[in-house]
Ligand binder design. Structure first.
Ligand SMILES: Nc1nc2c(ncn2[C@@H]2O[C@H](COP(=O)(O)OP(=O)(O)OP(=O)(O)O)[C@@H](O)[C@H]2O)c(=O)[nH]1
Length: 306
């Protein structure tokens, strides 16, 4: 548990340090005053927490400050974290197994959002959790994507079904399901090509992957997750909205949070879309994909201990 929290804290370090730099050590013992509240407001906006969340956090801290003019930064941080945790109630996705195995998880999203890397990291995480996993290299569009996933599979010792660049992605998905079934795998992770929602041929391809999987199991894919680049900040909300309208997303994976100070956007995504967040990408190493935990996130953001 402590190890997981440490991962959150280091993965969100840029967001955390952007907040703590703007607030000039507010959370390390300073007393609250009007100017530190202003600094905090600015810091929360900069980290992309958005208007509603920022105002709620400030309102609660101000309320406590009115009651106790000696209120310290540490106590204010506790209040802020509690508001975040409350706002994020219900946002944690849990990868429950489907009735018919394998549980099929399709990872979709725009180019470069981190789908291939996430497929590999997720396979590794599930494997370390004692589950059997199969990867399906259905990004047959981007040159080198198949090779990229294959090399991850070799490195992490994960079974994979892959064809070549330009192959029919739906055919790969079909074969991968069969292979996963034959090997008794619990989970099939389907990496797909990056696509903008405006590219109708690629959108049709996703629909085809679904149709073909449903020939094996009419309830598949059981999960359709959007892999979204967390460094887009609040812009990721718009992207998720469009994909949700087209595909009925069942979950989100937010990547690259280690490289951004805009890690507050997660809260806005949840507020706006109410699509559960399953995993966060907090770095480039295989174990840098972490199950989303609202409490760890909220406390890490305010520089608090677990
Ligand atoms: N720092 C950091 N980098 C990440 C994370 N997730 C993915 N990346 C990097 O982002 C880049 C793009 O990742 P890919 O997995 O290739 O993205 P993709 O969505 O499969 O790309 P397309 O196939 O072009 O759509 C790679 O360099 C990854 O290493 C993360 O959580 N943190």
């Amino acid at each position: 548990m402590f190890g997981l929290f440490k991962k959150f804290k280091s993965g969100l370090a840029k967001t955390v340090s952007s907040i703590s730099q703007t607030t000039r050590g507010l959370f390390s013992g300073r007393k609250i005053d009007a100017s530190s509240l202003e600094e905090l407001e600015e810091a929360l906006y900069t980290a992309d927490f958005g208007v509603e969340t920022t105002e709620e956090i400030l309102a609660e801290i101000k309320k406590a400050y009115r009651k106790d003019p000696d209120l310290k930064g540490q106590a204010a941080a506790e209040i802020g974290a509690a508001v975040l945790e409350r706002t994020l109630a219900g946002s944690e996705g849990s990868l429950t197994p489907a009735e018919n195995l394998p549980t099929v998880v399709a990872l979709i999203g725009v180019n470069g959002s981190g789908k291939t890397t996430t497929s590999a990291k997720l396979g590794y995480l599930l494997k370390n959790d004692g589950q059997s996993v199969m990867l399906a290299a259905c990004d047959t569009f981007r040159a080198a994507a198949v090779e990229q996933l294959k090399s991850w599979a070799t490195r992490l010792d994960l079974p994979i079904v892959a064809s070549h660049t330009g192959a029919d992605a739906a055919a790969v998905a079909f074969d991968a399901w069969q292979a996963a079934k034959t090997r008794g795998c619990q989970t099939l992770l389907v990496d797909t090509a990056g696509r903008l929602h405006t590219k109708s041929n690629l959108m049709d391809e996703l629909a085809k992957i679904r149709r073909v999987l449903q020939k094996h199991d009419e309830t598949a894919p059981h999960h359709s997750w959007l892999v979204v680049d967390g460094s887009l900040g609040t812009n990721s909300i718009e992207q998720a909205k469009v994909f949700h309208e087209k595909f009925g997303l069942t979950g989100l994976v937010v990547t690259k949070l280690d490289g951004t100070s805009r890690g507050g956007a997660i809260v806005g995504i949840w507020r706006e879309l109410k699509i559960p967040i399953y995993f966060l990408g907090l770095g480039e190493q295989p174990d840098d994909l972490q199950p989303f935990n609202a409490r760890n996130y909220a406390r890490a953001v305010f520089g608090l201990e677990a």
